[in-house]
Design a protein around this ligand. Structure first.
Ligand SMILES: [Mg+2]
Length: 241
């Protein structure tokens, strides 16, 4: 039995698939501080230490990387047991903090995701420093979790630059197709997103909706630099999506 691709038999051109890997915090949403508050509460509850985390680098870092920095700072061994206890508690507090904080979906995000989802050649996925449970809590809270087919998370590796291959492997599992580096876009709001995209050989798209300004992001030479995602048509046009 032969299967013919209907788009070919109709003489239509099939567009080459692209894999779009989105960061979460500062790119799709602002959690209104829910993430940082949940980290503080988890540390206090599990380890009995109050720390305002002012000297801990957070934006662009993975949750597991952040937890290691906090434990190291307080000379608590970063054993698997301590890491799991911290992260479990973090996820618990995150679920409580999200509805309490005044966070938001960033401008244009919902409209952009709807438009992109309607384009069959685009595969929408996540590449984020969040642990997967945290990513799901945040994006479900803001109503956009269902747009994404899969993701690479802090559970996979604590070094963000190592997450790209996990996303690519999951794309292969789901689509039976190896995405070339040139067919992948990494979209994020920090120099760490740009570095992670470059580590993968992907196109890098920096969005200045996080804590990093357009000028500061420009110093890291992303392939595209966008103020925000509010002009949906222009974003799609510029990026050839
Ligand atoms: Mg971010």
């Amino acid at each position: 039995m032969m299967h013919r691709d209907p788009s070919t038999s109709l003489g239509m051109t099939k567009r080459i698939k692209r894999l779009l890997l989105f960061d979460i915090d500062g790119t799709l949403i602002h959690s209104g501080g829910a993430g940082v508050h949940a980290l503080k509460s988890a540390f206090k509850e599990r380890f009995g230490v109050a720390d305002d985390l002012h000297d801990i680098e957070i934006a662009g870092m993975t949750d597991s990387g952040i937890v290691v920095s906090i434990l190291n700072k307080h000379k608590i061994p970063a054993t698997n047991e301590n890491m799991s206890a911290f992260l479990d508690s973090y996820v618990h507090f995150l679920s409580l903090e999200l509805p309490r904080r005044k966070g938001k979906l960033l401008p244009g995000v919902l409209q952009l995701l709807r438009r992109l989802k309607s384009r069959p050649h685009l595969v929408l996925a996540l590449l984020t420093g969040n642990v997967s449970r945290g990513a799901q809590l945040k994006l479900e809270h803001y109503g956009v979790w269902h747009f994404f087919e899969f993701g690479a998370f802090a559970d996979d590796h604590r070094d963000r630059n190592r997450l790209g291959p996990f996303a690519r492997a999951r794309a292969f599992e789901k689509h039976g197709r190896e995405f070339a580096a040139s067919e992948i876009d990494v979209i994020g709001d920090t120099p760490r997103d740009i570095a992670c995209g470059k580590a993968l050989g992907a196109r890098t798209v920096a969005v200045a909706t996080g804590t990093w300004s357009r000028d500061r992001l420009a110093q890291y030479h992303p392939d595209f630099l966008i103020d925000d995602l509010s002009n949906v048509e222009k974003v799609i046009d510029t990026l050839g999506w």
